[in-house]
Every structure is written in C-alpha cells, then in structure tokens.
Design a protein. Structure first.
Length: 644
C-alpha cells in the first residue's frame, strides 16, 4: 500500500461544544496535520433540546455518510445519546468494511478501542469523599446510562457505597444527559423533594457539577463548607472555578492524538497489537475541602484566557445577531445566500460550503411520516455558496453520495459537516473547512439553527407567494375560459383607459354576446355549452392584438378593449372575428354552429367618460345588432311560411 497517498477519515461525533469532545478533537486534528490526513467530522447536536423531531433532523447528518469513500473512521459514538442512532452508525461502518477506531467501547471487537479507565478513578474519588471527608449521605447526578462511560461511573458509585456500608437511596439519584443544565435541574428537583441535605453531590461530569454548585449557592449553601460537590473530566473551567472542582483528570487530548495515529496505521494496512487503555487520575481540590491543585492556571493567565473567551463570545454574538437581522429581511433565496455568504468571512475559516437538497423548496405536509432507516438526503445536492478564501462560487448539482461539492485535493484538511433541517425534515448541511469555529464557539449550533430557520422561511415564503399568485390569478382569471374575468378586466382596462386619456387616444370597446347558448344547453347538455363558450373565448382571444385585452364579462358575454383604435378598427375586428369563428366551426365540426353578436364603440378617452359608460354603450349597440338578427330570422321564417 502507498503510504504517501492522502488518507480520508470520517469522524462521527455529537456535541462539538462540550469540552470532552473538544479535547479529543484537538488531538485528532493534530494527528491529521502530522500525517497529512483529511478529516471529515459529521457532527450533530442531538439530545440537547428535549425535542424528538429536532433530534431526528440533527442525527440525519449521519445518514449522509458514505463510509465506502473513506479510508477509515473514528467513532465517538459514546457522545450520541440515542442508542438506535449509535447502532445504525456502527452497522454502516461494518457494512463498508473499513478500519475504525472507537472510544470507550469494547463491545465491537472488530474496531480498535481506545478507552480511559473511568471506573478506577471514580472509585478512588468517591472513596476519598467517604473516608477522608466523612460523607455518609451522597446524592448522584448521573449521565445517560445507555452511554458506556456514564454506566461505568454509575456502577462505581453504587459499588463504593455498598463497600462502605452505605445503602444507596434511589430517591437521591438524578438521571441527566451530561449537559450543563442537568446539574441545576438536579439541585432544583432535590430541593423540591423536601429530603434532608446530603453530605455530597457526586456528579458524572464537570459540566453538571459546575451548574450544581451555582444552583446550591443560590439556595444559600456554600461549597464545600455545607456540602461537597465533585465532577469528572477535570476541564479548564472546573480547575479554575471557585471553588476549584474535585474531579478526574482524563488524557482526552492524548486519546484523540492516539486515535488519529492509529487510524492512519490501520488505513496503511498495519495492525496495532492491542486496544489502548489510558489511565485517569482523581484530582482532589477545593470543592471537597482539599487544597487547590497545582495544575490550576496562574491568575494572570486565567484573566487573559477569560478575557479572550469573553471577547470571542461577544464577537460571535454580534456576528450571529447581524446574521439573524439580515436574514429576517431577505425575501428570496438569492438574498438569503448573499447574507449567509457575507458572514462566512467572519467564521475565520478557509472554506464555507452551503449544501442544500435538490428538493429543499418542495412543499411538504406537517404530518409527513418519518422513516429514519431511509436516507434523509435527496439523490442530488446543490451548493449555492462555496466561499473559498474570499472568493465565491457555486455548484449546480452533485451526488449526495459525494458529500463534498468539491472533494479536497490536498491533505491535512479538517472539515466539519453540520446538518440544516426543519424539525425532522432535512434541508441540507454546511461544511466549515480549516477553521476552529465549530469547536471554539458555543454559538455554532445557534448559527446552524439560524441558517436552517432562514432557509425554511424562504421555502415557506416561496410557497406563500405561489399561493398568493394563484389566488390573484383566480381573482382575475375566468377558470372556464382562462382569460380575464370581470374583476381582472376592470383592473387592467381601467389603467389602460386612463393612460389613453393622458395621451388623448381613441379607444374601442367591443361587447360580444354568444348566440344560441340556451339551444346548445337544452339539446346537447351543459358540458357542451361550456365547450362552446370555451371555443368562443378562444376566438375572441385570438382577435386581440397589441394594446388590447379581452374578458369574459358574464355567462356568455365577453368584452374587448383596444387602446389604440382608429375609425376602421370596428369593421376590421368584425371581419377578423367572423373569419376565425368560421374557421373554429370547421375545426370542431359540431351539429350546432358557433355564433355571436358583436357591438363596438369607438371614442376618444376623456376624463368625463368612464369605462363603464363606454361598456354600457357597446352593450346597447350589441343588443341592437342582436335584435336585428332576431328580426331578420323572424322575417325569413314568416316568408317561408307564406310560401308554403
């Protein structure tokens, strides 16, 4: 195998904004740069908003992945809370037959497992709280038990309690999801329970522990004077918090770095001998009553870090607010794309691609069935925005199986795929390449949600405008004849008439009434009558030239308005009308004859003459002609009778 070829690796992860994921990703990225590998992160933000339909939309990004196009995969499936989604990803990798590295999961022996010993460090931490600090009543804030790491820490908690003669109390367990708000909610729920205060809150990770501390302080409890709180992961915020958090230090960056190096070796056909198991170490600090650990940052360095963090957050908020405000003003997809493109430069990345399903603008019902076993993406995608180092281009269509509208041609590129969706319906995804915004900003999910909502709004506006156009058409168009109805004629002709008043032009108004419609309806049925009306309307429409319009004014009545009439216009119209009527009769070959009476008025358009007045004049003239026809027929009939 050629070791110099560019290797393309897929990484599956959920929750880029968590410090656990961030540290591992930083390690993977370093390995990618060291080995000139291309890394494609497929990231969701599932399990965060307590919305099943939202989660389905988020997890649809995993349905995009064609693992057969990659040389290997790194699976951070332990960050995915939905077990069915997790299993579907694993089955897809198996089916593709590519080498894979997985974290903290020894259930799939075909994958290389990089694990961190959660159990030993957790046991040591809990034993320390019990034996060193005399805690006997302990509450536990758990992660999701379907997560193997959360299960290991949960089991360790119960085992240590029993080993120390403490009976676990299920009422003192809160089942969270490893998210920051869970710590606060756990404390709130406990306070509402009316139970006695515990000696310690043992938390399954730092994110929940930190919010638990702040919640306890709001209730008037000091940590550790009144109650001990411990975490797990030893994050930057945890070790620089006040009080500094007792936690478990895990070599997450090292785990990510090793994962990247291992997958590179596996892609080259090498076979590392054993799975890698890293050691975690408990760190006893202020939140349990011990002194602060030496690893906490220097106060000056912490101030710099905090300032940079706040400055970055403020900048990101400003960018997001401008994006939200700008997108709210867009009324079509082109304006929407321009606004999104204007923000791409502020994400500090080399390349930003907006990829949408080819059917993203299609209408769909709110009760659309959901089948997560089927791909959520259309066969083809479109990329209306590819922002590349300040230049913008687009790709009309590309197969969704390609994933990239433009696949990287060099090595060492790091790309983050993030879903765009409305509820469970997939709209597309965006790709941020060679930029840290997805892992450095807490607003990355807010950005993708904002873009998703704007695209959905444009889709709805598109269909709303179509509906309005159709309503307007139905308001002004006669549905049987597909020409203007009375409303449409008056709206258009009135404007034309006033223009003629200004230009001092002559106008012609012709009133047409069908002859013999009752005879056709009575003898051949109303469907045949409708057919006859449609054919007559077609003849009238063919008689309209430039500067003239026609309309169905009533049941069998029609009008023609000509804004550029001359003295001979009426005779010319009548000759043309009769000729086309004869031609229509020859074409349709019906047992009846299409016939109509037409009366025209030619006059100067003047302010003191209304369009309705001229219509009335033409109507009277037409009826004079119609009466003349009837009298003529009666005379012919009487003559025939006398001869007989």
């Amino acid at each position: 195998m050629d070791d110099d070829r560019i290797k393309n690796i897929a990484v599956v992860v959920s929750g880029l904004d968590e410090e656990y994921q961030n540290n591992i990703i930083c390690g993977i990225n370093q390995a990618a740069r060291d080995n000139s590998m291309n890394i494609s992160y497929f990231s969701a933000f599932g399990g965060m908003l307590a919305s099943k339909r939202f989660d389905i939309g988020e997890y649809s990004i995993y349905n995009l992945i064609d693992f057969t196009r990659f040389d290997g995969a790194i699976l951070m499936t332990n960050t995915i809370s939905d077990t069915s989604v997790r299993e579907r990803v694993i089955q897809s990798v198996r089916k593709a037959g590519i080498p894979a590295v997985i974290f903290d999961c020894d259930n799939h022996r075909e994958f290389y497992n990089i694990s961190i010993d959660n159990t030993t460090a957790m046991r040591e931490l809990i034993s320390h709280v019990i034996t060193k600090h005399g805690a006997r009543v302990l509450n536990y804030i758990s992660g999701p038990l379907e997560n193997p790491e959360a299960r290991a820490r949960y089991d360790a908690f119960f085992d240590v309690l029993r080993e120390n003669g403490i009976t676990p109390d299920e009422r003192r367990i809160y089942y969270g999801g490893f998210r920051s708000p869970d710590g606060r909610q756990a404390v709130d729920d406990f306070m509402e329970s009316g139970m006695s205060m515990p000696d310690a809150f043992i938390c399954a990770n730092d994110a929940m522990a930190l919010t638990a501390v702040t919640a306890l302080e709001k209730y008037g409890f000091k940590v550790p004077e009144d109650v001990i709180v411990t975490g797990f992961d030893y994050t930057y915020n945890a070790r620089n918090f006040t009080p500094a958090l007792t936690s478990v230090d895990r070599p997450l960056y090292t785990a990510g770095l090793r994962a990247g190096n291992v997958i590179c070796s596996l892609a080259d056909g090498l076979c590392p001998e054993n799975d890698l198991r890293l050691k975690a170490v408990p760190v006893f600090s202020e939140s349990c009553g011990c002194s602060a650990a030496a690893e906490s940052a220097d106060i000056k360095e912490y101030r710099k870090h905090t300032y940079r963090h706040v400055e970055t957050m403020n900048s990101n908020i400003s960018t997001l607010n401008r994006l939200i405000a700008g997108l709210a003003e867009t009324e079509n997809s082109s304006e929407n794309y321009d606004m999104i493109e204007s923000i791409a430069a502020e994400l500090e990345c080399e390349k930003f691609s907006l990829c949408l399903t080819e059917d993203w603008q299609d209408a769909f019902g709110v009760s659309m069935p959901v089948d997560m076993e089927k791909p959520s993406y259309s066969a083809y995608m479109t990329a209306p925005i590819i922002w590349d180092k300040g230049e913008r281009r687009s790709v009309g269509y590309f197969p969704s199986s390609s994933m990239y509208p433009e696949f990287p041609e060099t090595g060492g590129n790091i790309s983050y795929f993030m879903p765009l969706h409305f509820r469970e319906r997939c709209l597309g995804y965006c790709i941020i390449t060679n930029g840290d915004f997805p892992i450095a900003s807490l607003l990355c999910q807010s950005l993708t949600m904002t873009i998703s909502n704007s695209i959905e709004n444009i889709r709805k506006l598109f269909h709303l405008n179509k509906a309005m156009d159709e309503l307007n058409r139905l308001y002004v168009i006669d549905p049987l004849c597909n020409i203007y109805n009375r409303n449409g004629f008056i709206n258009i002709a009135d404007d034309m008439y006033h223009d003629c008043v200004t230009l001092k032009r002559k106008v012609m108004l012709s009133f047409v009434d069908m002859d013999g419609l009752k005879y056709i309806n009575d003898n051949y049925g109303h469907n045949e009558g409708d057919f006859a009306i449609q054919r007559l309307a077609s003849v009238i429409q063919e008689c309209c030239g430039h500067g003239s319009i026609c309309a169905r004014f009533g049941g069998d009545e029609f009008v023609i308005f000509d804004s550029g009439a001359t003295e001979g216009s009426a005779e010319a119209l009548e000759r043309k009308f009769n000729a086309k009527l004869d031609n229509m009769n020859a074409i349709i070959k019906k047992p009846y004859k299409l016939s109509a009476s037409i009366g025209s008025v030619i006059t100067f358009a003047e302010e003191d003459k209304t369009l309705y007045y001229i219509i009335h004049q033409a109507d009277e003239k037409m009826y004079e002609i119609k009466r003349g026809k009837k009298n003529s027929r009666r005379s012919e009939s009487s003559a025939d009778t006398e001869e007989n």
